[in-house]
Design a protein around this ligand. Sequence first.
Ligand code: CP
Length: 338
Amino acid sequence: MTGASAVTAETTDRVVLPPRFAHRHLLSMRDLSAVDITTILDVANAFWTLGEQPVKKLASLRGKTVINLFFENSTRTRTSFEIAAKRMGADAVNISGSSSSTTKGETLLDTVRNLDAMHPEVVVVRHAFGGAAEMVAGKLSASVINAGDGQHEHPTQALLDAATIRRHKGRIAGLSVAIVGDIVHSRVARSNAIGLATMGAEVRLCAPHTLIPRGIEQIGGAVTQQHVSVVHKLEDALDGADVIMMLRVQNERTGGEAPRFPNTREFSRTYGLSERTLAMAKPDAIVLHPGPINRGVEMSPQVADGVQSLILEQVSWGVAVRMAVLHLLTGGSPTEIS
Ligand code: CP
């Protein structure tokens, strides 16, 4: 499905939930409309309260199997998918690339076909190759969730970021969101640009010219063209921002190419978020980071641990949002959570 449409501030909070979620897979934020995103966030709200209960267990996925297939390292995404599946009563199986038979020469497609033969309901895939999740989704009878494919997309990260923003700002439409750092290598930036624009936020992507791909404003078609802009000065990104999302420099994706900025200290001084630069944003701006943080590079420890930082709350939303996605993709009703 393509052609996501933006909503206005007036319509965002008055969406009527559809009787069923119309998607089999979650591969890209491009596939989600504003109503789809709102549905996921509303269902995540219902699951959020479960995390605060002494017994965090439901039975809605009892008898179902969720396979987490991770070919790249992960702390937050893999753990939260596993916790989400287990809290809903599913059997969760974790496979890492290094422990799979791909190390013996088996292809990704053969691997997932073999896993599909064990009849899981959901396969969660993280892979260094952009397009991996989409490729395997076309071959499986299970639902496929993209848990990060190269520098392409990370839709559940964008959804948990949207949930965090909505919880603290009461809305997404009309907010000014600055996304700062290594945009060129960031699947988080891409998914957030599309998702936040679809929800009607104004997104400013900020990086030096060498860390921002030409034409990124077009990534989601008309909706990002309308709502996403590129700036190269930190003060232009932060001026009037309601939300600041900082990104790590992903040295693991440079493939040994020449450095894209002179040195880390200079990058940090020019694009890092410190108490001094945070003051350029609105006084009630919230600070997000998908993790892992490189403290002292893109963000000072004082900001990371400061009162405006919601970085650990993002992690908590990761569980609730992934529960919502599992619930909806396995046929759960948007209005009945059990
Ligand atoms: N945000 C995120 O994807 O973190 P992990 O790499 O630890 O899963």
